[in-house]
Design a protein around this ligand. Sequence first.
Ligand code: ADP
Length: 213
Amino acid sequence: MRLILLGAPGAGKGTVAKLLTAVDGSVQISTGDILRVAVKEGTELGKQAKKFMDAGDLVPDQLIMGIMKERLKEDDCLAGFLLDGFPRTIPQAEQLKVLLSDLGIKLDAAVNLDVPRDVILDRLTTRRTCVDCGAIYNVKSAPTKVEGVCDKCKGKVVQRDDETEEAISNRLDVYNEKTAPLVDFYQREGLLMDIAATSSEVVVAAIRERTGA
Ligand code: ADP
């Protein structure tokens, strides 16, 4: 599968991507995860990205495109890829189009996960993330067995710096302004697949039907 996953923060892009990787070995590429690793390791990229991320703002397109140009050339992408959190702006989408055409790669679909705002807000404020392996938990619906400790790798499970109420509200505004226009962009490209994303399982089934995976 070669898919773009669109949808507001908290729409379930990461969860759906993780489920899909198990279907056919496509690799999940999350620009958010790549950036968080860079911040944690204190690389030059991480230093440049941190202030934008903590405020819930977008990292500049140039930095993101630099990451993705290299990432899409890696061998594991040959089996397929699920772009989670990228592209996030019209310029990113336009540059991705050129990049894929240069690499001779065709997308199957841009999947838009449509989730009501109240559901999103509730999910984001209760979400917790493992700082080591990126596993996602939820204090209400999917808590860790031991509070603050990852079930999978025993890493520390925390609320992300950009998951304070103020940063969340900013991320949703940024999404509406900068990323929501991508739905029309991919509609025009003939690639849009819109799904009312009630549960991740429903979304995965719909995508499998469409792509034949
Ligand atoms: P979300 O849960 O909001 O989808 P992500 O983990 O995808 O969060 O991204 C976290 C942060 O990383 C974003 O708020 C933004 O600062 C930065 N980021 C991730 N992907 C991109 C991108 N494609 N363009 C610009 N900034 C990005």
